[in-house]
Design a protein around this ligand. Structure first.
Ligand SMILES: Nc1nc2c(ncn2[C@@H]2O[C@H](COP(=O)(O)OP(=O)(O)OP(=O)(O)O)[C@@H](O)[C@H]2O)c(=O)[nH]1
Ligand SMILES: [Zn+2]
Length: 385
């Protein structure tokens, strides 16, 4: 059975990722797990609508939401203070990092995915999945979230060109804390990831389907899950989860599984882009216009640097694409509406001009609801109400 309620032995809070960063927020004795006001800290292990569970010194607890906090305010990995009797959530502690994406829908709202992550394993394979532009997008996310990015290339055993892949990957950005090239199905391959998964550390994986994320998560957590009694397995005994969840790693830390998290639309990641492209960011300070898009603006320091051969056109192109995507996804609904209105207005003006040229009157628009004709004054009856 999946997501079963688990009896978990007593834990040391530090093993769950508790640190002075959180302890300082409540000025309490971290070791005792008791805060001054009698609230206890737990770490959000699963969050699904109104059903959330927290892992604390006494094990796994079902959390109770108060009226002013909902599941969308909470992410797996969050540290929360709860009432020890009622298990009511009293406070979500500040996060040292958080990963979010644009929520589904027209509004430019972000959806919180996971919190208090230390390392993000950006995973791809030594095959056609390898795509520097996609890797860069994930890197922007990690940098923006204040999470250490590690690039993991899997399936090194299935190619003769592992070295070439590794070299190319190492050339993508100096911002990676490490670039690994492994066979995810082999013990020594997995072992190279363990130094990021030690006590107090929390890691997660992103990458396309089939690159080996589940394989790695399984290997990194297998022994620990068994001893902790947290095992969600399918018929073949493999670890499976359907929603984001927190798991113990063999090396002492924690792994957050994010199933279905293959494509993450960029949203509100301007600072991540600025960090990844810090050379362009520095140059942009000397552009004539503050919001220079470095396309054809006069006095553009970035274009000047490109002409001087200091940065490549390909790099500037990648910046432009990421920047444009972030801008578009970060637009508010009002901005999106205004843009749509402007496009409709331009379209109508073009149509009207065409009709005028042909000496015809614009037909009535009974067929299109939201676009009333602005046929203009003196047009008489042809105008819709
Ligand atoms: N030979 C080899 N096979 C691998 C390697 N990594 C993953 N695989 C295999 O590739 C298949 C897909 O791996 P998964 O771990 O399920 O991939 P995933 O990234 O979790 O995929 P999703 O769950 O769809 O997101 C499995 O059959 C793995 O055994 C590797 O490094 N070498
Ligand atoms: Zn510029």
């Amino acid at each position: 059975m999946r997501n079963q309620e688990v009896p978990v032995s007593v834990h040391n809070l530090a093993d769950l990722g508790w640190s002075p960063f959180f302890a300082d927020q409540i000025e309490a004795e971290a070791d005792s797990g008791q805060t001054e006001s009698g609230l206890i800290p737990v770490r959000a292990a699963t969050v699904q609508r109104s059903l959330a569970r927290g892992l604390g010194a006494d094990g796994l607890t079902r959390l109770v939401f108060p009226n002013d906090i909902s599941a969308s305010d909470l992410a797996v990995g969050d540290w929360i203070l709860i009432d020890p009797e009622t298990h009511m959530i009293r406070r979500v502690l500040d996060r040292h990092s958080k990963l979010s994406r644009r929520a589904a829908g027209v509004e430019a709202k972000s959806q919180l995915l996971v919190a208090n992550l230390d390392t993000l394993f950006i995973t791809t394979s030594c095959n056609e999945d390898f795509n520097p532009a996609r890797i860069e997008r994930y890197l922007v996310l990690a940098l923006d979230a204040d999470v250490t990015p590690v690039l993991v290339l899997t399936k090194s055993d299935l190619t003769d060109e592992a070295d070439r892949y590794l070299k190319e990957a190492q050339g993508i950005s100096p911002k990676f804390a490490d670039v690994l090239c492994i066979n995810a199905t082999a013990t020594d391959g997995v072992a190279t990831l363990e130094r990021w998964c030690g006590a107090g550390q929390t890691v997660a994986f992103v990458g396309s389907s089939g690159v080996g994320k589940s394989t790695l998560i399984n290997s990194l957590t297998e022994a620990a899950q068994a001893t902790a009694g947290i095992r969600e397995t399918d018929a073949k005994g493999r670890h499976t989860t359907t929603s984001r969840s927190l798991h113990f790693a063999n090396a002492g830390g924690m792994v957050i599984d994010m199933p279905g998290m293959r494509e993450l639309g960029l949203h509100d990641v301007a600072s991540g882009i600025a960090e990844l492209f810090d050379d362009i960011t520095d140059l942009a300070a000397a552009c004539k216009f503050r919001n220079c898009a470095h396309v054809s603006e006069p006095g553009c320091a970035v274009l000047a640097a490109m002409d001087a051969g200091e940065i490549s056109e390909a790099r500037l192109d990648r910046w432009r694409k990421l920047h444009a995507e972030d801008q578009l996804n970060s637009q508010t609904m009002g901005q999106t509406r205004r843009r749509a209105k402007e496009i409709t207005r331009q379209h109508k003006a073009t149509l009207e001009a065409q009709y005028r040229m042909k000496g015809k009157r614009q037909p009535t628009e009974g067929n299109s609801k939201g676009s009333k004709s602005k046929g203009g004054k003196g047009r008489g009856k042809g105008r819709n109400r």
